[in-house]
Design a protein. Structure first.
Length: 199
């Protein structure tokens, strides 16, 4: 079973270059009882000035309905302390020793208070993180990691419109640049058609 230090170390490694990671003490007043091990990490997108924090609650405990309720109460208390829109970016990573796959799936389907991801039996930390927002990004077609949805979409476009292939890298950079929509649309037009008005 994964431990909290394993998860925290893997999150920091996976976040490198994508997120700034901070161990948060701001929720000490609402920390869960000593019956469950827990920690809080906060992640913020790098190179995005207005990016908000994602709060990740990590809890580890043996399977027990009372302890699951304690974890849920903790998530609700933390959610009450967060300002909008950060309440939408609250996650709970749960390592529950002895939980069945069916019970784990039921907990994940319950999105009250926060989004939950529960470690499955024999699951390693990489496959666990690949089921959430920290998934590795890779070109479409790789079977060991989740596909980058933007690359997958652009790849599909090439199959229908082969003329876009030379522009893919530039278009991907533009679409991920964080620039205003109008600027992106103009830049896409220029890369595809040059400075002349195509209409």
């Amino acid at each position: 079973m994964l431990t909290i230090p394993d998860m925290a170390a893997a999150i920091e490694k996976r976040a490198e270059g994508r997120y700034e990671v901070a161990i948060s003490n701001m929720f000490e007043l609402v920390s869960p009882s000593t019956e469950i091990d827990s920690t809080v990490l906060r992640l913020k997108r790098v190179n995005q000035g207005g990016a908000g924090w994602r709060t990740v609650l990590i809890a580890a405990f043996p399977f027990d309905l009372a302890k699951i309720q304690i974890a849920f109460r903790w998530a609700a208390d933390v959610r009450d302390l967060l300002e909008e829109p950060q309440t939408a970016d609250l996650y709970m990573f749960m390592a529950i020793e002895g939980i069945t796959s069916e019970d784990a799936a039921r907990l994940e389907a319950d999105d009250r208070f926060c989004r939950k991801i529960v470690v499955r039996e024999q699951e390693d930390v990489d496959s666990f993180l690949d089921r959430g927002f920290l998934a590795t990004l890779s070109p479409s077609g790789s079977t060991d990691t989740i596909s980058d949805p933007l690359l997958a979409s652009l790849g599909s476009m090439v199959q229908v419109h082969s003329w876009v292939e030379p522009h893919l890298d530039t278009w991907r950079e533009l679409l991920l640049s964080g620039r205003p929509g109008g600027d992106i649309a103009e830049a896409l037009k220029v890369t595809a058609y040059g400075d002349e008005d195509s209409q």
